[in-house]
Design a protein around this ligand. Sequence first.
Ligand code: FPP
Length: 251
Amino acid sequence: MIDPQLKAQIDPARLPQHVAIIMDGNGRWAKQQGHLRVFGHKHGVKAVRSAIETATELGIGYLTLYAFSTENWNRPQFEINALMELLVNTIEKETPTLMKNGIRLETIGNTDQLPKDCRQTLLKTVEKTKDNDRMTLILALSYSGRWDIIEAVRNISKRIQSGDLQPDEIDETVLNSALNTAAYPNPDLLIRTSGEQRISNFLLWEIAYSEIHFTPVLWPDFGVEDFCNALLDFQSRERRFGKTGEQLKTP
Ligand code: FPP
C-alpha cells in the first residue's frame, strides 16, 4: 500500500507503461549484515514483492525484472542452486497472489537452460496466469540482450534462407518481432539499484529511448518509497525522442 501523500505526488496520466529493473546489490547487502550472499537474495524476494505490489497499485502495465542473466551461470554452483530454489519456491508460493491481483507471468531468456523443476514451475504459472490482464510481470531468466539479438538474427537468417524474407525487407519492425520481447512495449523507465551505473547486457535493443534511474539503494532495501521516487524522477524528465524541446511544445 502506497502512502497516500506520496501517491498524490505521482501524475497518474504520465506513468511509464513499462518499467524494467536491474535488481542489484543483494550480495553486498548480505555482506554488510555479516551473512552469505544467499541471505541477500532471500531478502531480495521481499523487494520483488513490494515492487510488484507498487506497480500493480499504480496501474503500470508491464514490469520486467532481471532475475538471472546469461553471465550469472558463471557464479559459484552453490549460489546458482540457491537462486533456482528460491525462484521455484517463490513462484509456487506467490501464484495465488498473482491470480488474485490479475497479474500475468511471462519469461524472456533461454529458459531451456534452467533446471527441469524450475522450468516446470514457471510453465505451470505462466499457463495459469495467461488470461490475467491487469499487469504483465516479465522475469528475465538466463537472459542477456546480446543473446536475444543473436537469436533474432538467426531466426531472420532462416526466414531469408527459406525465401520468406528478402534482406532489404529487414527493418526495425522485423528485428523487433524476432526478439523475446516482441509482445511488449519498450521500457519507458529502467531502474538499476546498488549504485552501479551500467546496463549489464539487459534489454540492449529495447532501451534505446528509455529514461534511466540509478539509485544507490541496495536491492533488498528497495521499497515502495524508492519505487515512487524513481517514478517522480521519470516524470521530471522531458522525453524528446530525438526532437527538440520546442518541437514537443507545438502540437
Ligand atoms: C543481483 O545482486 C541479484 C541477482 C543476480 C538475483 C536477483 C534475484 C532475486 C532478487 C531473488 C529471486 C527473484 C525472483 C523474481 C523470485 P548481486 O548478487 O549481483 O549483488 P552484488 O552486486 O552486491 O554482489
